[in-house]
Ligand binder design. Structure first.
Ligand code: MG
Length: 243
């Protein structure tokens, strides 16, 4: 898929005559931070300790869902248990502890460069994540200085997490632009689904073990194997002079 084809295709199905990017909606895990390895390890530990069978890749497929929803879903399907909100929240606290015990996660290489390049063009970024992980959310201003400010939608702010479009619709409202004026940076299928349903041009950055196909199938308009490749492709996405 070339940038030009992806944009033409998007404009056609979105029914828009221009593609002018004014805001970027940016996911956290797997986009800002290389954190999914540790998240999936923590999830598997929590489930195994509670007698629920699971595989690591399941949590890559569920990535983006609000944490307490992941717990409710897995406990119901894996152990036939219906948890209350308080029970799910307590278990999410345990998962958070396992996650923190695995140590500090590194930033994804080149994401800061991408976000700074967007900022130089006057394109502001809004954080849109299902995460409620305080340890990570608190690091963002330090690691990505001046990028998001108060423009944040987290797992605490939404009723329905990804794949529901609500987080991205809230992000669009934060940015004060139209859906067709936003690009979304996402690494997970449920996130691509949510962004696509919100009407945004959805960019998949495949930083995990899933296949590109999983991201395209979920609604990504274009997929890159790394942030480095997205950085190189930014002019082709933003300038598109031939359109
Ligand atoms: Mg993610």
């Amino acid at each position: 898929m070339t940038e030009k084809n992806a944009i033409i295709n998007y404009m056609k199905y979105a029914g828009v005559k221009a593609f002018t990017v004014k805001a970027a909606l940016v996911d956290c895990d797997g986009v800002l931070y290389d954190s999914m390895k540790n998240h999936s390890r923590a999830w598997v530990k929590l489930m195994t300790k509670n007698g629920i069978k699971c595989s690591r890749d399941e949590f890559y497929m569920l990535e983006g869902m609000v944490g307490t929803e992941v717990i409710k879903t897995k406990f119901k399907s894996g152990a036939g248990k219906v948890l209350t909100d308080d029970e799910a929240l307590a278990l999410y606290g345990v998962k958070g502890r396992y996650f923190r015990e695995l140590g500090e996660v590194p930033m994804i290489p080149n994401t800061l460069e991408v976000l700074n390049a967007l900022k130089e063009r006057g394109i502001h970024s809004v954080l849109v994540t299902g995460s409620q992980q305080v340890s990570l959310l608190e690091r963002i201003e330090q690691d990505y200085p001046g990028i998001f400010g108060e423009r944040r939608v987290t797992g605490h702010d939404v009723k329905h997490g990804k794949p529901n479009p609500e987080p991205y619709l809230k992000g669009i409202a934060h940015a004060g632009v139209k859906p067709c004026e936003c690009i979304v940076l996402e690494n997970a299928p449920l996130g691509e689904q949510a962004a696509h349903a919100a009407g945004c041009f959805t960019i998949g950055i495949n930083t995990g073990p899933l296949s590109e196909k999983d991201l395209y199938k979920a609604g990504a308009d274009i997929v890159y194997p790394s942030m480095e490749e997205l950085l190189a492709a930014l002019p082709a996405i933003l300038d598109n002079p031939e359109l």
